[in-house]
Design a protein around this ligand. Sequence first.
Ligand SMILES: Cc1ncc(COP(=O)(O)O)c(C=O)c1O
Length: 375
Amino acid sequence: MAYFDHAATTRLSEQVRKAMDRHLREIYGNPSSLHTPGIEARKTINSVKNRLAEHFGVTRQNIIFTSSGTEANNLALKGMYFRHPDAQIVTTTIEHHATENSVRFLERIGCKTAWIRVDRDGFIDLDALKQALKRDTSLVSIIYANNEIGTVQPLKKIIPLVHEHGARLHLDMVQVPLHQAIDFPALGVDFVTLSAHKFHGPRGIGCLIARDPALLEPLIHGGQQEFHRRAGTENVATMIGFLTAYEAARAQAKTHNAHVDQLSHYLIEQLNLKAFDYRLNGPDLDHSRLNAILNIGFKDHDAQHLAFQLNRHGIYVSLGSACDSDNIEVSHVLKAIDVPKAYIRGSMRISLSDENTYEEIDHLLKTLETILHET
Ligand SMILES: Cc1ncc(COP(=O)(O)O)c(C=O)c1O
């Protein structure tokens, strides 16, 4: 089998599973309880958060654990809206549905919004952003590394524009930690969303890093967990999983990136060599993008058919956004970057990690060759 859907989710690493397993067996107290097992659980949370905070360059009060990246995006957007209901929220036309549909919901309840267009490679139109920003803009929410086409936004140009207008900047960085460390002070933004299952951690845990958590109205009310920003008894094992996976990702990032770069170049070279009629949707390799995410359109083909046939051969790719598998609509991201009609329906996402091999790429290419000739 060949798994090329790492932007959708990654395999839980053995190291992470073991760290979580030890906790699940040994530490059972409720972190809010004042007896010894409870205190032990609370200490575990504190030490996980302190270590993560050190990695991110923040304090543990700046980290709000959530159930997912989706919830963290919801918290940034709705949390800001409920505190500043008269203010405008700005986002882009190529967001993950977690952002897109949260902003659409906010529009339905009266929030003023602006949607910034992107160019053909998925880069934000900075003039459009400049024009959209108003004195009453509370938040700009941007997908830093796009989950469908890999585009990485020019942060250095975006930040001054946003902050000049007194607005806050939220980055969806869910696709980033396998490739790059999260240095919150160096980023210079206000909120960052992460999700553990995108870097070999468990599902069911994400986080929002917030420069000032008090700016956010909580979405879930109840107890005092997460410094009053997200109520509910903590899922301590997944927090340990998050930390273990993040540290492993840091230790492996250099070799991971080198291998993924080599594989992505090899894949594109081979597609050229075999004279496939294809198009790489998004920036060229090495141009402000994640090379791990390759969105490839095959001319006059139907990607659903291709993906189905690949699946029969044990090769797993994705069509558009993974969280969207029931949706046969053409991806809003591919529409936003104006992928030509002849290629858009034949577009699939091949997302790589250091677990992929040259043999798997060869298997993919050979199988694609056969399927494309049959159809
Ligand atoms: C860029 C981006 N943001 C948000 C999400 C949602 O994260 P989660 O699956 O943890 O809800 C995803 C998942 O595909 C993503 O790729």
